[in-house]
Design a protein. Structure first.
Length: 502
């Protein structure tokens, strides 16, 4: 204790040096630990280091009287310089840790970097002013000239930095949002740093766009205020098409796609009429922009079937159709034959077979809500949808899950006829629907006479079973996630058991 007291009174800067060495080892020990552990180890050591500097009359923020010996002068200046950067290190770590805890805020890393840069600039100014005793006025004059030169050389980079500050203040998008720029670039925002915005495209490529380019562009945020995304397509129809008929067929085609949302409802508008074509603009909505391409493929497939089965051709922007509008009303037999031709499972049959199938079909009409096929009953016929939308649903765990929707040229009911088992799904009409029924005897004759037809039908039925399993699995995952969320909230607010004796 006597030796410690003598050293404290004679050379306290040596004790400060010893604490500095201990602080280095403590920093290495607490490098991968939590913020509290780092603060508990580093802050007390820094305060002790500051105390012994004050005892040695080496106040870091005051101009000190230099010691007589050269070793003491070098040691004192070095310890004072270390004090500035040690304080800056503790401050910058605290700022970064606090910003990471609020990672849901857009641009938190950017502002954390600005704050850290400001802390170190302040420490550098304090070092050159109080430790090196260099006049600040001369440095400012010199730095002004240097800043002009650097500003001209780094004009583009500085523009990106300042536009990055504007974007962080305005917050037109956040990390995870899907944005579209007016130059055609689109993708999910991964990160926005000092210079650029990093976006992940549909092709799983990362596009790095400078902040100045983003700030000057028209930005479409497809993820705000909701992730629901609308897609608009234009359909050119033959000029002799009745507009209301076309609108009804397009509506049935869109509502028959399970990837298209019912709310907001699709919008169909006849935009123009001419001798060349009738232009119908179709807008439909998907849960997110990621599903829009798959939904668009489904919509085009359904529209193709609906128009083909109704005998409506596509229009052209250059060539007029020289045909009278009344030629657009064929006989009922012709309508059924077209429906059979555009039903995928019948499309490859010879013309004579398709005509025989069309002649044997029976037309039935169902109002919205009517049950076409009930589950757990023997199937009596194969059905083909003429027009309208039907729901194909199964019951799992006491809940009814919609597997898919059926519209023009879709078929159902054949599975129970082939293996003579009860139906597993309920088919009900969502809109007024016309369905054509093919009796079991005619289907069995077709299966026996055309082996290729049976193979194609089995492939379609297998694909529908796979679709049903995927839909059921997805519903199970959703229930599990909701159950887990409910358990999490229950555990959050549940008081811990203290036992019967407490």
């Amino acid at each position: 204790m006597v030796f410690f007291g003598n050293v404290l009174s004679d050379r306290p800067e040596l004790l400060a040096l010893a604490i500095l060495v201990a602080g280095v080892f403590a920093s290495r020990w607490s490098g991968n630990r939590a913020l509290i552990a780092r603060l508990v180890t580093r802050v007390p050591l820094f305060l002790a280091f500051t105390y012994f500097l004050f005892q040695a009359h080496l106040v870091p923020y005051l101009a000190a009287v230099p010691p007589a010996d050269a070793l003491g002068r070098i040691l004192g200046d070095g310890l004072r310089a270390v004090w500035w950067f040690w304080a800056a290190s503790i401050g910058s770590n605290a700022v970064r840790e606090l910003s990471l805890r609020r990672s849901q805020l857009a641009g938190h890393r950017f502002f954390a970097d600005l704050s850290v840069a400001g802390i170190y600039v302040f420490a550098f100014v304090g070092l050159i002013t109080f430790v090196l005793n260099i006049p600040v006025q001369g440095i400012l004059v010199t730095s002004g000239a240097v800043a002009v030169v650097l500003g001209l050389a780094l004009q583009s980079s500085l523009s990106d930095v300042f536009y990055g500050i504007v974007l962080n203040l305005g917050k037109p998008y956040r990390e995870g949002n899907w944005i579209v720029l007016d130059n055609g670039v689109e993708g999910q925002v991964l990160e926005m740093n000092w210079r650029a915005t990093h976006m992940l495209t549909r092709n799983q490529d990362v596009v790095i766009v400078p902040n100045s380019v983003v700030a000057k562009s028209r930005i479409i945020n497809a993820s705000f205020p909701s992730r629901v995304h609308g897609t608009t397509i234009d359909i050119l129809l033959a000029p002799n098409t009745f507009p209301m008929l076309a609108r009804r067929l397009l509506a049935d085609a869109i509502h028959g796609c399970t990837t298209v949302l019912s709310t907001p409802s699709p919008v169909i508008v006849i935009k123009a009429m001419s001798r060349e074509a009738i232009t119908a603009q179709v807008t439909f909505f998907t849960p997110g922009i990621d599903e829009s391409q798959h939904a668009q493929n489904q919509v085009y497939e359904k529209i193709f079937r609906c128009l083909g089965a109704a005998g409506i051709g596509l229009g052209s922007v250059t060539t007029a159709l020289n045909q009278d509008a009344t030629a657009n009303a064929p006989a009922v037999a012709g309508e059924v034959e077209r429906l059979v031709a555009f039903t995928p499972v019948f499309s490859r049959l010879p013309l004579s077979e398709r005509a025989a199938i069309a002649a044997s079909m029976v037309r039935e009409t169902f109002e919205p809500g009517a049950i076409v096929i009930e589950r757990n009953v023997p199937s009596k016929a194969m059905y083909v949808v003429g027009y309208g939308v039907l729901s194909y649903a199964r019951e799992v765990g006491g809940r009814e899950i919609e597997i898919t929707r059926l519209s023009t040229a879709d078929h159902f009911g054949a599975g129970g006829l082939l293996d003579e088992r009860a139906t597993t799904a309920r088919v009900s009409a969502l809109t007024t629907a016309v369905v054509y029924r093919l009796e079991k005897e005619e289907l069995m004759r077709l299966v026996a006479s055309t082996p290729g037809f049976a193979a194609g039908l089995n492939r379609e039925l297998a694909a529908r079973d796979l679709l049903a399993r995927n839909a059921i699995d997805a519903q199970g995952d959703e229930e599990h996630s909701e159950e887990s969320l409910s358990d999490w909230f229950s555990n959050l607010f549940r008081r811990p058991d203290k036992g019967l004796d407490q």
